[in-house]
Design a protein around this ligand. Structure first.
Ligand code: ZN
Length: 175
């Protein structure tokens, strides 16, 4: 289940060679990751720069940078992964099912995220599953290294969305 899209849940980390285990014993790193709610959506440069400035103001202690990806990318939560639930009925989805669904979608570089949940046969996007902690898919990201703060408030999220010109979601990633 450790496809190229991700390291998978942290329980898998030490099944792979030494480089991953080395990461596991480093000083911990936290990233606050803000992404558009629509995976393939990316802003023009001026909008990206305006949103960057807002995030810098909200996270003055962190190192804020813009990340653009050539393809839709899984923006993960690292060790904050607890489980993934069906957005329709709330059932916790089997990790193996989710890994297979991710591998399948990755064959198309995550262009098509459509899947059907095994619990209640709901037709959903992998981007709309209830990730705990939150995660998502994006080609554009505002990343804050060591933000030295917690989640952005609803009001702060709205400020970022206004500057970017698109609704956003946030992900707290712990490595
Ligand atoms: Zn369900």
């Amino acid at each position: 289940m450790s496809g190229r899209w991700s390291g998978g849940p942290p329980t898998n980390i030490c099944l792979t060679p030494a480089t991953s285990c080395w990461k596991n014993v480093r000083m911990s790193d936290t990233y606050l990751r803000v992404i558009p709610t629509v995976p393939g959506w990316s802003p023009e440069d001026p909008r990206a720069a305006a949103a960057l400035r807002v995030v810098q103001t909200l996270c003055p202690d962190g190192d804020v940078e813009i990340r653009r990806y050539d393809e839709v990318t899984f923006i993960d939560q690292g060790e904050n992964f607890e489980d993934v639930r069906c957005p329709h009925c709330g059932t916790a989805l089997d990790n193996a099912w989710w890994g297979d669904a991710m591998d399948h979608a990755y064959q198309n570089q995550f262009v098509d995220l459509a899947t059907v949940t095994p619990c209640c046969s709901a037709a959903v996007s992998l981007n709309e599953l209830n990730y705990d902690g939150p995660a998502g898919f994006a080609q554009f990201e505002l990343s804050v290294h060591d933000p030295n703060r917690g989640w952005l408030s609803d009001k702060e999220i709205a400020q970022v969305a206004d500057a970017l010109g698109h609704p956003v979601r946030q992900i707290l990633c712990h490595l």
